[in-house]
Design a protein around this ligand. Sequence first.
Ligand code: PMV
Length: 321
Amino acid sequence: MPRIGHATASPSLALIKYWGKLSAKKNLPATSSLALTLSGLETVTTARFAPSDSVTVNGAAQDMQRYAAFLDGLKHELGVTEGVAVDSANNFPTAAGLASSSSGFAAFAGALSALAGRDTPPEELSRLARIGSGSATRSVYGGFTVFEAGSEAARPLRDEGFWPDIRVLLCAVSEAKKPVSSRVAMELSRTTSPYYGEWLRSSEALYREAISVLETRDLPKLGPLIRASYLRMFSTMFTSAPPVIYWLPESLALVKLCEELRTQGVSVWETMDAGPQVKLFCLGRDLETVREAVEKRVPSCRTFSASPGGPLCAWATENDQ
Ligand code: PMV
């Protein structure tokens, strides 16, 4: 009976962003990030031995060049010499800035480890997932996670039960594939933005403050730090050559909507990643108010709500169950 490796993982959404690499080859982050793993959004991946390597995402065959370095490194570390067929499916939009690469590469590493018959510890899976994507290191763990500048793996900070009332409303304003990958955009920021050095310096201070404020679970105190982090990150993109502008008019409409909601007493704090989508942190009691306001302001927007999610799960079966 052929063995199948399975894994599920959820996306990791950064409150304090990782943006820029210390080493492009080793994919080491230049800034420390603090993130939340999101429940309700999931990548489900299976890996099987096959005559040659292949990867599909939501049924579509992928360009193997994109995966070659990651897959070769992973196979080497896990002692896999055979070809593998890896099939992955997301229950949310892929490659459009909803962090599908975080859950995708984490689940990939988990499924291959299960296929290889390994019981790889999470810190090792986090290190392996890093080769695919920096944010994937964090998706190995549930709850609040950190991935520190220069480190090879993320670590869990607080589990998914730490702040049960925190919610994220993901607002997909466009489901088109993003025009520039985060890998390329990060390198442009690092090599061409005059503000990159200041970004590195100031984001370390934001990170330290956010870690300490998180302990209080006080969203009105944490929110301004979340906001400062993504806006500073985007400042390096807007000022790179050529500039990288992921934002769409609908993205800005939601940024302005959050400002308005805050003046009305709703504690809602937006963030964005390498794409036009806007993600809103709020408390459970405000979620429906925020969702209604978003859908009214940008009717074309698709929303998904999430709460703190659990860690990656990986297992093997001996048949297709
Ligand atoms: O995971 P990567 O290497 O694609 O980088 C993603 C970086 C951001 O999503 C923009 C920020 C973060 O910390 O997740």
